[in-house]
Design a binder for this molecule. Structure first.
Ligand code: NCD
Length: 310
């Protein structure tokens, strides 16, 4: 194990100061991307995706290409030697020689952590099962900072699959470290946040209100973070069918919501936000996906140790 290499596996791997630095650097890059177009020249990003992805993989690739670096990787592990029975540890021991930084998505919780223990280059968790997704959190934070100017004194509702939604877990874990953030957790009783996460938040005296109806809090909050019911994590198809349309945000449900509300979603959406919401100026999920490229540019530069020279 190489102790000096910095990885991002869990949101708590970064201090609040490091998170703020990456987000602020992302905003700086967003204002003037061409200034950074050679920052990672000669560097290679490896993308190891053992699970489907659109935004995470492609935004990382776009980020590295915009920094003047190159990318290689796979998006279907069935085309790799995993099919022949190669272990994750062996794959990583080889691939850390092919890339200068690796991003991994895996259906198994803890797989990126294991990879980081074998890798001699930085490993980034691009989502592990229903566990964590720290770079989506950076994407969420840059969006909040861009539109709200600061990440403090906010009431945030998270709605949908709070049990299996890894973006929710990472976002809650991270925002609980910022000043005066209170949460409304909107979910069916079956899809409440995991007990251990709830206990951790309560132990930090975080304000949490669990509700089942979106209407109970939509008019009070500064941010509404919608999520998809995570079909692939259900053991029982019938249960998924019963819960899949628990929440559908329509334009009329926002009639009395705050004028400066931010409606966010990590995407992909299935049915939980109707298309007529897209034209509401408070809907920011596509801008959120775009900002994800810039915060990932900042993250790659930071982990490669070139951000300080920018
Ligand atoms: C999320 C994920 O993969 O967890 N997608 C993303 O990275 N933007 C959300 C989801 O799949 O629902």
């Amino acid at each position: 194990m190489n102790q000096t290499v910095k990885h991002l596996i869990d949101p708590n791997d970064f201090s609040v100061e490091e998170i703020n630095n990456v987000v602020d650097f992302g905003l700086k890059i967003y204002q003037n991307p061409s200034k950074y177009s050679t920052l990672c020249q000669g560097k290679i990003l490896g993308t190891l995706f053992y699970e489907p992805s659109t935004r995470t993989r492609l935004s990382f690739e776009s980020a590295m290409l915009r920094l003047g670096g190159s990318v290689l990787g796979f998006s279907d592990a069935n085309t790799t030697a995993v099919k022949k029975g190669e272990s994750l540890a062996d794959t990583i021991r080889v691939l850390d020689g092919y890339g200068d930084i690796l991003v991994m998505r895996h259906p198994m919780e803890g797989a990126p952590k294991l990879a980081s223990e074998y890798s001699t280059v930085p490993v980034v968790n691009g989502g592990d099962g229903g566990h964590q997704h720290p770079t989506q959190t950076l994407t969420d934070l840059i969006t909040i900072k861009y539109y709200k100017k600061d990440v403090k004194n906010l009431k945030i509702a998270l709605c949908g699959d709070l049990l299996f939604g890894r973006t929710v877990h990472s976002l809650l874990k991270t925002l609980s470290r910022f000043e005066n953030i209170s949460f409304y957790l909107i979910s069916p009783p079956e899809l409440k946040i995991p007990k251990h996460l709830k206990n951790d938040l309560l132990a930090q005296n975080i304000s949490l209100t669990e509700v089942t109806d979106l209407e109970d809090c939509v008019n009070d909050v500064d941010i509404l973070y919608m999520t998809r019911i995570q079909k692939e994590r259900f053991l029982n198809e019938e249960e998924y069918m019963r819960l899949k349309d628990s929440y559908v945000l329509t334009r009329d449900k926002l009639d009395n919501a705050k004028e400066d509300l931010l409606v966010m979603h990590p995407l992909p959406r299935v049915n939980e936000i109707q298309y007529d919401v897209d034209d509401d100026p408070r809907a920011k999920f596509f801008q959120q996906a775009e900002l994800g490229v810039y915060v990932r540019m900042a993250l790659i530069s930071y982990l490669l140790g070139v951000a300080d020279h920018a």
